[in-house]
Design a protein around this ligand. Structure first.
Ligand code: ADP
Ligand code: MG
Ligand code: MG
Ligand code: MG
Ligand code: MG
Length: 636
């Protein structure tokens, strides 16, 4: 999201009244963008990452760690620098949902030469350094996917109170003060999502059952009907949107290439979710999941009871299968069409209008499907728009469909082309790991395009994978549907048949099968080449300077080791740390002191003052540089 425009949010009742206005104009705006920009071509590869950070305050005397609610204060200073010299800053800072979070991106996107891979980690370091200069004593900027004791009594600094009966969040656990207050958008979303849904959002995480785990783990079930037994119950948007992630955006050379990338990266989403798993602890309990995904999905699930299929349809139009934060429902490229095997909901009129304006079936149904969601945030200044020039109504719906992949049209009057965003990854503790993941995924896009690889499988199978990816230890233990034959275009009946699991004949499984993350990334003799060997073969044909080569190889080695299980995921590292801590009572509880020790350890690892071969391997150093040597600057 760009710099957020200030404005006056409408009440939920007013916003609701304007739902069809936003839908109508949003679709018109997309049609206008499409007509103007469909022929745009010749854009070069550009790409960039987004990293979200948590500000942590250590209270060493008490052995406690809190989230520090100072994002607004820090952003004011960081953004002032950008305002003064927008063209030269090396880092851009943006607000995020929580008052303890900030988001940083490179000042400019990276380009198409391999040398760019060598500045990613250095830019990430620069981000930490720049923001860290504004920290107070005992504060630390951390890349934690979830703060383990989020929602526990007294988890913020300064301390804040929950207000279950008033305010925006009305949570039993998450105070309004922990929502970013510097822009009304965030609290407005909280309120409107709750109001649209008609009740609090409700997330019930299966607890990790240890020998002394007491069920029920607390008494929230006495207070709220939605709280299920044996689960860690969460009741606020902050539990999901207050998690941090790592995202990547790529520019394609034209709209068709963007559609191909959108599709081809989709089967990789669950694999990378499992690979980056980093969030096993929630509200002070060790859970049986390793990832944030379903939590965020549930935390912004604005569907009514009717839409969730719990009541017969009366006031609403459809039963909707997923939250507006979830995995994508359809492929966009001609190759993808035959793998679109889940029913896609959309309003026939919207679809018709898009088709009548020259938009093909796949793109029309994608846009119409995004628009089954109502606006949950509207500002009075933005109601009336010129659909030829403005895009706010389109962006309103587009940017509140938080999915694994996002297809991003060019902003009007900008040098930016058609882009896709890769959104599943959890953020890692160190810049080294984050840079390695970023470079790995960018390299995969190059391999896919250069070798014209085909990773497509039925989209229902990707959904299954997304659920499996979140299970405890999925990176090591789960098997995922994956395409074995990535060099040919297989026909869908075959692809489907061999995905049916137990009933499938061995010969059908030659095309798509179940594989571990290790097999997918490192390869399986005689069956699947492996993503890393594919990348290496691509790199063999490329000219690259020695330092960049070394950096890339360090990253790929790290990816290989984590995939093979030789080193831990962040999630399994955290699990081990908790369960072997002297204060752990085998009751699934992550106490203040365990939380403190864990975060202090992660801080030392992130700063490099403590080596951690079990998480990083023995050679987690790169030759990252601050700038690209002049001779290598030209984009290819
Ligand atoms: P959002 O929050 O909407 O996903 P951000 O602006 O926070 O978007 O981040 C977008 C990412 O895209 C940043 O990493 C940025 O460097 C990168 N980026 C900017 N311009 C381009 C471009 N032309 N092509 C690809 N990526 C770009
Ligand atoms: Mg962003
Ligand atoms: Mg966000
Ligand atoms: Mg963000
Ligand atoms: Mg993003």
């Amino acid at each position: 999201m760009g710099l957020l425009t200030e404005g006056t949010p409408l009440s939920w009742e007013e916003t609701k009244q304007l739902a069809s206005h936003v839908r109508e104009h949003g679709i018109n705006q997309f049609i206008n963008i499409y007509k103007k920009l469909k022929e745009r071509k010749g854009d070069i590869l550009k790409w960039g990452d987004e990293i979200e950070y948590i500000i942590v305050k250590f209270q060493h005397e008490k052995k406690e760690a809190k989230v520090s609610l100072r994002a607004e204060e820090m952003l004011a200073i960081l953004n002032e620098r950008e305002y003064q010299s927008p063209d030269t800053v090396k880092v851009l800072w943006r607000p995020e949902f929580a008052a303890y979070m900030i988001e940083g991106t490179p000042g400019k996107p990276y380009g198409g030469t391999l040398a760019h891979f060598n500045v990613v980690e250095s830019n990430m370091r620069m981000r930490r350094q720049e923001a860290s200069e504004l920290l107070r004593e005992n504060e630390c900027l951390m890349t934690l996917t979830s703060f383990p004791r989020l929602g526990c009594v007294n988890f913020t600094e300064p301390p804040s109170k929950v207000t279950p009966n008033e305010g925006g969040t009305k949570s039993l656990f998450f105070p309004d003060a922990a929502v970013f207050g510097g822009h009304p958008r965030f609290m407005n979303l909280v309120r409107n999502i709750r109001k649209r849904r008609g009740e609090h959002v409700a997330i019930n995480l299966p607890i990790f059952r240890d020998k002394n785990t007491k069920i029920p783990v607390d008494d929230s079930s006495k207070i709220r009907r939605a709280a299920l037994p044996d689960c860690v119950y969460l009741d606020a948007m902050g539990f999901g949107m207050g998690c941090c992630c790592l995202q990547l955006t790529f520019q394609a050379c034209n709209i068709d290439e963007a559609r191909i990338l959108y599709d081809q990266l989709n089967p990789l989403c669950p694999i990378m979710l499992a690979f980056t798993a980093a969030s096993p602890v929630h509200r002070g309990f060790l859970t049986d999941i390793d990832c944030r995904w379903n939590i965020i999905s549930g935390s912004v699930d604005c569907r009514t009871e009717e839409e969730r299929g719990l009541k017969p349809l009366k006031d609403n139009k459809y039963v909707i299968k997923k939250s507006r934060y979830d995995s994508i429902d359809s492929y966009l490229s001609p190759q993808g069409e035959k793998y679109n095997d889940i029913p896609l909901l959309y309003n026939e009129e919207d679809y018709r209008k898009l088709r009548d304006n020259g938009i093909d079936h796949l793109l029309a149904q994608h846009i119409a499907h995004l628009f089954i969601r109502d606006t949950v945030s509207l500002f009075s200044e933005k109601i009336n728009q010129n659909d030829e020039e403005d895009t706010d109504h389109f962006e309103n719906i587009q940017s509140t469909n938080w999915q694994t992949m996002r297809f991003k049209p060019p902003p009007p009057h900008s040098p930016i082309g058609w882009r896709v965003e890769f959104r599943p990854c959890e953020v890692q503790v160190t810049d080294f790991e984050n840079a390695a993941i970023v470079c790995f995924v960018v390299l995969l896009t190059r391999v896919i395009l250069s070798y014209q690889l085909n990773f497509l499988i039925p989209i229902s199978k990707v959904d299954e994978n997304i659920q499996n990816a979140q299970k405890r230890n999925a990176c090591k233990e789960q098997k995922f549907w994956f395409r074995k034959d990535i060099t040919t275009d297989i026909s869908p009946p075959e692809a489907n048949r061999c995905c049916r699991g137990t009933n499938c004949e061995p010969k059908d499984c030659d095309l798509v099968g179940l594989m571990t993350v290790n097999e997918i990334i490192n390869g399986k003799q005689g069956e699947f080449p492996g993503l890393i060997p594919l990348i290496n073969s691509y790199l063999n044909g490329m000219d690259v300077d020695a330092d960049t080569h070394c950096t890339i190889q360090q990253y790929l080695k790290f990816i290989q080791k984590r995939a093979s299980g030789e080193i831990h995921t962040t999630a399994s590292f955290i699990r081990d740390f908790v369960t072997s801590h002297p204060d752990y009572k085998h009751d699934s509880v992550v106490s203040e002191i365990i939380n403190y020790d864990l975060l202090k350890t992660l801080k030392d690892i992130q700063e490099g003052s403590r080596s951690c071969p079990e998480l990083l391997g023995y050679s987690a150093t790169s030759k990252t540089k601050e700038t690209i040597p002049h001779a290598l600057k030209n984009d290819c």
